[in-house]
Design a protein around this ligand. Sequence first.
Ligand code: ACO
Length: 325
Amino acid sequence: MKYSRIIGTGAYYPEKVMTNADFEKMVETTDEWITTRTGIKTRHITAKDETTSDMAYKAALNAIDMAGIKASEIDGIIFATLSGDYTLPNTATMLQHKLGISGSFAFDLNVACSGFVYSLSVADAMIKVGQCKTILIACAERLSAMTDFTDRNTCVLFGDAAGCAIVRASDTPGVRSTNISADGTFGDLLTMHGVGTTYLANRDTMRLEDNFIKMNGREVFKQAVRMMEEAAVKAVADSGLQESDITFLVPHQANMRIIEATAKRFNLSMDKVLINLDRCGNTSSATIPTVLDDGIRSGKVKTGDNLVIVAFGGGATWGGSVVTL
Ligand code: ACO
């Protein structure tokens, strides 16, 4: 088989919702500031005992159900996360165990918010060389656990969620192109230094605040607009399709203004852009599979639609893909 296709998606959102009004009581901010600067209104937050792999398990069941396969047909799991349950074991094997399967490969992949695009690129390549037939991509983030709820610069931005996709070998085109890039020059724009060995080897200087996400928002914004455009343009150029063939933009959901700039580049009106940023905030690797699942389940996105998927994230990492559903 020459191609890989996305044959099922699934999402899971924790029950608890935090509104902008909740943040008005916690830090010096307003609903008006958050809405106009980011586009975010609400975000889901995990319960105390709800883990990243728990969320992924629920999203995976939904994806498996939509794909119409059995969990035992999954040859491997790629788990994109920057907020896994533990450093060891990896979250992919925990998900594998929860799904009641064994023997398939299972690895974590950490490229922050670019996780879905990177995972899709790896899955597509593995399937195309014939190494396996069916891959579960799981993207789940528990960013609330690494958010400083006293820092107004970051706390209003993030949420928790899980999104999954089943990618399978196919005779007809699905994933038409993928590109993935990184530039470590921008490594200090988005950081969370806790837990890493550089931190653990220096126990005498450990501080709780090292376990929270820190961000140079203005600089991230500038780079993100450039990276999203670069990756999306390349994805279309490599796909064999024309820009006019694109029916939906499926962008990483970090900031509405970044999304609008990318849509403008492709002359796509905002009703041709999938959005859950307003309801979910930035859920890092989970933004793309969750918003895609929302689009499919609501009937907005249909079989045959040509999607440009594009993301950027800490590292910096970025990437794009063109997918025919
Ligand atoms: N409420 C009120 N005021 C705030 C808030 C808030 N929640 N947050 C920041 N401000 C203030 C700042 O302190 C600053 O005040 P000052 O001028 O007195 O210093 C002022 O607002 C303007 O700050 P800017 O950073 O210039 O605001 P900007 O318009 O750039 O918006 C934002 C900030 C929303 C963070 C924007 O820069 C952005 O979205 N950047 C990209 C962020 C992003 O995409 N991050 C995720 C990366 S993905 C990943 O890998 C996790």
